[in-house]
Design a protein around this ligand. Structure first.
Ligand SMILES: O=P(O)(O)OC[C@@H](O)[C@@H](O)c1c[nH]c2ccccc12
Length: 265
């Protein structure tokens, strides 16, 4: 499965980081930073589905999405047309991202930023904070119960929020048990790569009225998708492909923000 391949590469990247940097040194530096922005509050606003707009150059399933890729330009367009937060893919091998993109976007816009990567080790949490992230993605399918709890705890310690990603009822249960208050339901099936908004509708039954902030992820393309998510009580939608491939990106951001009720029609 693709996730196994990604994790193999990621483990060697982590090894590289550990060889190049001292974790204690990074922790000391991170402790001196001003507090991160409140990602959860920015996306959890009554009566609307907030848009988390993603900066994504390529994906394992679709290849190159964006020919003239300029992360800072994308971030400005997202901000100017109604996005509540920005997600930056930093994985290099599979998504064509880099850590520097996050640092550059941090300089460019003041919106809360999510670092989208495959986080397996504490060193990546410190690195994320130093690059300017306000939140990081933790993928339940990629982590043991112990690692998930340990990384969640570390996020709290360093002042980063964690978006805990699930694909199934079983993973959702693990996320809740670990104490996640911000959960991403990924509509993409990791085996087939197909997306199915139904996944969000199904898992929403379990979490609604729990006080957990829910983000629906992947395969969201249209105004009507956002309206549907609004009707089932989701707080935010994470959208990449539909934005970066749109002929007029600003217009697409507006369409989705309107569909979620974040902008007036
Ligand atoms: O491009 P899409 O279908 O709008 O999806 C965005 C986002 O959900 C997707 O990039 C994503 C969700 N979880 C991930 C984990 C790793 C890498 C990427 C992802």
């Amino acid at each position: 499965m693709i996730l196994d391949r990604i994790l193999e590469v990621k483990r060697s990247e982590v090894q590289g980081l550990l060889e190049r940097f001292r974790v204690s040194e990074m922790a000391r530096e991170a402790a001196q930073l001003p507090p991160a922005r409140d990602f959860r509050r920015a996306i959890d606003q009554p009566g609307r589905v907030s848009l988390i707009a993603e900066i994504k150059k390529q994906s394992p399933s679709k290849g190159l999405l964006c020919r003239f890729f300029d992360p800072c330009r994308l971030a400005r367009i997202y901000r100017d047309h109604g996005a509540a937060a920005v997600s930056v893919l930093t994985d290099r091998t599979f998504f064509g991202g880099k850590g520097e993109y996050l640092a550059q976007v941090r300089q460019e816009v003041d919106l809360p930023l999510l670092r989208k990567d495959f986080i397996l080790d504490p060193v990546q949490i410190y690195e994320s904070r130093l690059l300017g992230a306000d939140a990081v993605l933790l993928i339940v399918a990629a982590l043991s119960r112990e690692s998930l709890s340990r990384l969640l705890e570390l996020c709290r310690e360093v002042g980063l929020q964690a978006l805990v990603e699930v694909h199934s009822e079983e993973e959702l249960e693990r996320a809740i048990k670990a104490g996640a208050d911000l959960i991403g339901i990924n509509n993409r099936n990791l085996q087939t790569f197909e997306t199915e908004l139904q996944t969000t509708l199904r898992l929403m039954e379990v979490v609604k009225e729990s006080g957990i902030t829910v983000v629906s992820e992947s395969g969201i393309h249209h105004f009507r998708d956002m309206s549907l998510l609004k009707a089932v009580g989701v707080q935010a939608a994470l959208v990449g492909e539909a934005l970066v491939t749109a002929p007029d990106i600003g217009l697409k951001v507006q369409e989705l923000a309107k569909g979620g009720g974040a902008l007036a029609l």
